[in-house]
Design a protein around this ligand. Structure first.
Ligand code: DC
Length: 227
């Protein structure tokens, strides 16, 4: 008998709380975690390292096909990401890293190249998959799907607080503009645009503390028998 490894998908725009909720969920369930955005971020970063322009689609796709990326967990619990053995954990989390990820993610051949890599992470006892197209494309058969959203101003404010805490100098209006631009690109691209799956549970976290969102998510997970 073939047992299907369960997947819970968590999609939504940046800053909606997907990353935090996915971490909490994976930890609580003892499941694996796929941060698919990190794969696109590393692809963008790899282009900078290899001297490939984000606009050179065939060359970017070639980078994605041979992406030598590895993930590990530091003693303090931080997820470390390396490209060809080089630590890119901080570089991929900057605003520039996000912009590059969004640009290379719009290239169909890049998405195709990263598809199988993402599906290979469906391992026992289960997978929490965080991204934009987890429920619509990569794991479209997943038994439980969430789509987290929040207003643009709330997402910009959260991102601002995160960057300031990291010691980066940022301007809130510039951040707002960046988020709107990235949202527009992620939503309007031809392949796998950001959108909720038909069977996704949509949660707006604009006015809810993360603990409330997690409670709601766990309630749904329990009702599917995952706990
Ligand atoms: O989740 P994130 O902010 O790390 O994602 C960075 C970019 O990668 C985002 O602008 C869109 C893209 N992305 C995507 O197109 N598909 C995914 N499954 C995950 C991220």
């Amino acid at each position: 008998m073939v047992t299907v490894v369960p997947v819970i998908t968590v999609d939504g725009p940046s800053g909606a709380g997907k990353g935090t909720i996915s971490h909490m969920l994976a930890e609580h369930l003892g499941w694996h975690l796929l941060d698919s955005g990190a794969l696109y971020r590393v692809t963008g970063q790899a282009c900078l390292i290899e001297g490939v322009s984000w606009g050179d689609h065939p060359a970017v796709a070639e980078i994605a096909r041979h992406l030598e990326v590895s993930f590990s967990t530091a003693k303090n619990g931080e997820i470390l990401v390396a490209y060809r053995g080089l630590d890119v954990s901080s570089a991929i989390r900057t605003e520039e890293g996000g912009r590059g990820a969004s640009k290379v993610a719009a290239i169909p051949a890049v998405r195709e190249a990263l598809l199988q890599r993402q599906r290979e992470l469906q391992r026992s006892p289960g997978l929490v998959a965080d991204g934009r197209d987890m429920g619509t494309v990569v794991f479209h058969d997943a038994p439980l799907k969430f789509f987290l959203t929040a207003s643009v101003s709330e997402r910009a404010a959260r991102r601002y607080a995160q960057l300031i805490a990291k010691g980066e100098s940022v301007s809130l209006p510039r951040l707002l503009e960046d988020i709107e631009e990235r949202d527009a690109r992620d939503r309007s691209r031809e392949v796998s645009p950001l959108a909720p799956a038909e069977d996704a549970i949509v949660i707006d976290s604009s006015a809810s503390p993360i603990t409330d969102v997690f409670e709601r998510v766990m309630h749904e997970a329990k009702s599917k028998g995952f706990s």
